[in-house]
Ligand binder design. Structure first.
Ligand SMILES: [Mn+2]
Length: 440
């Protein structure tokens, strides 16, 4: 049921990163630590995505060192095996097994880190660390550098340069390998199946959190053991709160329900949004607004191919949304003027999409040397235009308290794109037909 990438792929990633780094570099990437939920219990453990990308190793607190001038360039520090701890918390890989199981050059106990690190840093040209990141040991690095400098009279030399590893590592992560694309396809398929089920489960009188539970159950049954991020189930006006995760209200007859969720498969996220009528039929104003958002999404997706930019897709979506808002009278005045003055921004209040991968808002730059990053085969991004008309908007009452977003996951291919979540009903007709089928 769970497919894993071979250790060779992780070895290739480490080798590719090592090749990119200037001579004499030592890069440090840390695993996540357990995080407290209440008193002495923790949140379910989620590995740091950068560390996972380079190791495939799912234990907390470990540390990966990549040193391109060292005899053993790939070094791992991890927890020792400990029968007492393992009885309570599960098996650990242990230092003895790390070399074989993870394909690193050498492994050490975490207990030895403060004595080993200064030795390794001594004489290197630069040290690279992910700066300003919650899980990364920037404070310890200061301490390790201090330990090297303390031995200056014995001939020790601390690296003169401390650099951010992010541009090297995060732009690598933006391009998905064939293996990663397989994982993301599975995450997408699982999430589509779960959405189909949750859409039919949602009915007037059910609570938002019950729809979320149905979705999470389906994720698990399909092979994703957890959601990739906090599920949004937003009925009626709640959909105008972009990151509404309270999911506490009862679904009302006549309202739309916006679900923004995705399963996580082997670390990789899907990220889907559908907005549909709780009672199975769009009202006329809902249908009209929905159709404009859908037309905007289709226009944006159409743009996506190697060489195009996310900004071009954003412009395509904004043009359609602006036309819709003007034609419906939600924006008064002239379409062209409204577009140029960006008046559509009042109701389309977020970006069009984002990179997708190990993080739901995946790493990697969107701008490079002052221009927009050009799309290339292997990149995966979301396309998710929306319109949100709040209760206090000065528009006809029929439009108020409606929030609509439609989101799919798009893989850039050699000749264009592939919609990984295309199998989930999206047109007004397909959604109504799918919901009607659930009532039989
Ligand atoms: Mn998204």
């Amino acid at each position: 049921m769970l497919e894993q990438l071979p250790i060779e792929e992780f070895q290739q990633r480490r080798a590719a990163l090592l090749r990119q780094l200037p001579k004499g570099s030592v890069a440090i990437v840390a695993a996540a630590s357990e995080k407290t939920r209440s008193n002495d219990t923790e949140y379910p453990f989620r590995q740091n995505s950068d560390f996972f990308y380079l190791t495939g190793f799912n234990e907390p607190d470990a540390l990966l060192l990549l040193a391109n001038d060292a005899e053993q360039p790939v070094q791992l520090f991890c927890h020792d095996k400990d029968p007492q701890v393992e009885v309570w918390h599960g098996l650990r890989l242990g230092v003895e097994n790390a070399v074989e199981q993870l394909g690193v050059d050498v492994a050490y106990s975490l207990d030895d880190i403060d004595s080993h690190l200064p030795e390794l840093l001594n004489g290197s040209e630069r040290v690279l660390i992910l700066r300003g990141e919650e899980d990364q040991p920037e404070l310890q690095l200061s301490y390790w550098l201090h330990s090297v400098r303390e031995k200056a009279r014995q001939g020790y030399q601390a690296p003169p340069i401390v650099e951010d590893l992010a541009p090297y590592l995060h732009n690598m992560r933006r391009s998905k390998s064939a293996g990663e694309q397989r994982m993301m396809r599975r995450a997408a398929d699982i999430s589509v199946a779960a959405f189909k089920r949750a859409m039919q489960f949602a009915k007037p009188g059910r609570y938002e959190f019950q729809v979320a539970a149905e979705l999470h159950h389906a994720f698990a049954m399909e092979g994703a053991h957890q959601p990739a991020y906090g599920t949004i189930c937003a009925g009626g006006a709640n959909a105008c709160v972009l990151h509404y995760t309270d999911n506490k209200d009862r679904l009302q007859d006549g309202d739309l329900l916006l679900i923004d969720a995705g399963g996580e498969y082997q670390g990789y996220a899907a990220d889907i949004t559908r907005t549909f009528p709780v009672n199975g039929r769009f009202t006329e104003p809902q249908r009209q607004l929905y159709q404009w958002v859908l037309d905007a999404q289709l226009a944006a997706i159409e743009v996506l191919r190697p060489g195009a930019t996310l900004q071009q897709a954003t412009d395509a979506a904004a043009k359609v949304l602006n036309r819709g808002l003007t034609q419906l009278g939600i924006l008064d005045g002239d379409e062209q003027q409204n577009y140029e003055q960006k008046r559509w921004r009042k109701y389309f209040i977020h970006g069009l999409g984002h990179w997708l991968g190990l993080d739901v808002h995946d790493r990697g730059d969107y701008r490079n040397n002052g221009s927009n990053v050009k799309l290339a085969a292997g990149m995966v991004l979301t396309v998710e235009p929306g319109l949100y008309i709040p209760a206090d908007a000065e528009v006809e009452e029929q439009w108020r308290d409606i929030g609509i977003r439609i989101e799919d996951d798009i893989l850039i291919t050699a000749n264009g794109h592939e919609n990984l979540t295309a199998a989930l009903p999206k047109t007004v007709e397909d959604i109504e037909a799918w919901l009607a089928q659930g009532q039989n």
